[in-house]
Design a protein around this ligand. Structure first.
Ligand SMILES: Nc1ncnc2c1ncn2[C@@H]1O[C@H](COP(=O)(O)OP(=O)(O)O)[C@@H](O)[C@H]1O
Ligand SMILES: [Mg+2]
Length: 439
């Protein structure tokens, strides 16, 4: 089988790495990919993965490539080509492609759409309102007392949400998004939510339009600095499983969040095939949805795919064929931890082209895989080429061991300006210690 993977981040490196292990794959192309992806080899054929210099948003260029190369199956990594309708475009030309179609991808592409869907189907979320003009948005803020989340409706590179602690900040955020148009068209409409307190977890479920198979839980670390300080990023690290979501909470998530979502999609003729990734807050009143993403999380993918035992091609095909109810997900019992190494200045401005040292040495370590994100090859060297540069992923029999292994690998990696969080997994470890001291 010939595959095309769309995207260039750590998520896509993890997808390519996992797909390359499939007994059914001979060739993999990745558009546009990164230096780590081009270093992968397809296990069955020994063929190196080939990079294609087409951007993930150039959906017509991607179609042309897939037709020309007679690609058997395309796997979409990022949100933006999904929102642009890459799946519909490929399907109309008879090509097999994995990911939600444009209608289904609205769960991520429009927070207003998701909010209205949740309220139609009784899915628990924050008390929220959707607004098309600043005056009614401000009136809603005043009715809520100012502590809230102000969210641009559309895709805004993970920057469209402003968490506000008072009315002044919230009114400022509304102005910034609706009047000054900080996120352009994405901010034409707004969702404003009551501020939810609790522990945040990432859910992933594989869907074939009828069945949704829930993954184990994981936790991302959004803020740039330790103890959740600093600006929001695309994600600075993740681990799975989380030690603090009880069996009972999982059942409650299945019953109150996943099942009404599946039946809601069926009732509305939304044929969702791919990954549904809801962000969840575990509140005192139970789990509530913060938002939906219509693709794998980054860096959650890195920790999930280093635990998944199934052949990923089988699962992708089961989604497309609508046979997921016959599949059973199989997870290695180990804990995986991914720590993101970022460029100096990220998530603000940063420079590129810094040589990265230590990758060969870390490549020899056991239970470690370095997934590349913003990297490229330049004169035979790997250099930085993005804000999030590497996702150092390690696994072990418990969270402490996996984390120690990830941080010991990081000690050997160096590039100018490199920064990372030292506390990935700390929340989980603290909760585990509390539990153990009570026992
Ligand atoms: N209602 C809310 N209450 C508290 N925190 C929130 C709320 N909504 C979002 N957040 C925080 O802001 C982050 C980003 O919001 P989210 O809705 O996931 O949008 P996006 O991922 O598109 O930026 C979340 O991961 C969460 O930490
Ligand atoms: Mg989010």
């Amino acid at each position: 089988m010939k595959l095309l993977v769309i995207g260039s981040g750590g998520r896509e490196h993890a997808l390519v790495w996992k797909l390359a292990q499939s007994s059914r794959v001979e060739e993999i192309f990745c558009a546009p990919g990164n230096a780590g992806i081009s270093g992968e080899v397809v296990a069955r054929s020994g063929n190196p993965v080939v990079l294609v210099p087409t951007s993930a948003d150039d959906i017509h260029g991607l179609l042309e490539f897939a037709l020309r190369e007679r690609v058997d199956l395309t796997v979409v990594g990022p949100d933006s080509p999904l929102a642009l309708g890459v799946v519909d475009l490929f399907q109309n030309r008879g090509l097999r492609i994995w990911g939600p179609n444009q209608k289904a991808a609205q769960f991520e592409a429009s927070k207003v759409f998701s909010l209205e869907f949740m309220s139609r189907h009784g899915i628990p979320t924050a008390r929220s309102g959707a607004f098309e003009d600043p005056d009614s948005a401000v009136a809603f803020i005043l009715s809520m007392g100012g502590r809230c989340a102000v969210k641009a409706d559309g895709l805004a590179l993970g920057k469209g949400v402003v968490l506000c602690s008072n009315e002044r900040e919230a009114v400022g955020a509304i102005k910034e998004i609706m009047v000054k148009k900080a996120f352009g068209e994405a901010g034409r409409r707004l969702v404003i939510q009551e501020f939810l307190e609790g522990v945040e977890v990432s859910l992933h479920a594989l869907c074939d339009g009828r069945t949704a198979l829930l993954f184990p839980t994981s936790q991302d670390h959004k803020q740039a600095f330790d103890r959740d300080k600093g600006p929001n990023t695309g994600g600075m690290g993740a681990y799975s499983p989380t030690p603090f979501v009880s069996e009972e909470e999982i059942r409650s998530i299945q019953r109150t969040i996943l099942e009404p979502w599946v039946s809601g999609c069926a009732a509305e003729g939304i044929d969702y095939r791919g990954i549904l990734y809801p962000g969840i807050m575990l509140t005192k009143e139970g789990p509530k949805v913060l938002e939906y993403n219509a693709r794998f999380g980054d860096p959650e993918t890195q920790v999930y795919l280093t635990r998944l035992d199934n052949d990923l091609v089988d699962l992708v095909e089961a989604c497309l064929d609508g046979t997921l109810s016959d599949s059973v997900l199989s997870w290695a019992p180990h804990v995986s931890v991914c720590v993101v190494l970022a460029s100096g200045g990220y998530p603000g401005a940063y420079s590129k082209g810094k040589p990265i040292d230590g990758l060969t040495e870390v490549g020899k370590m056991d239970n470690v895989k370095v997934f590349h994100a913003g990297t490229r090859s330049e004169d035979g060297r790997v250099v930085t080429h993005g804000g999030r540069v590497l996702g150092v992923t390690a696994w072990g029999s418990d969270l402490g061991k996996a984390r120690d292994q990830a941080y010991s690998a990081i000690q050997r990696i160096q590039f100018d300006g490199m920064h990372y969080r030292r506390d990935i997994g700390s929340k989980g470890l603290n909760i585990l210690r509390e539990k153990q001291s009570k026992e």
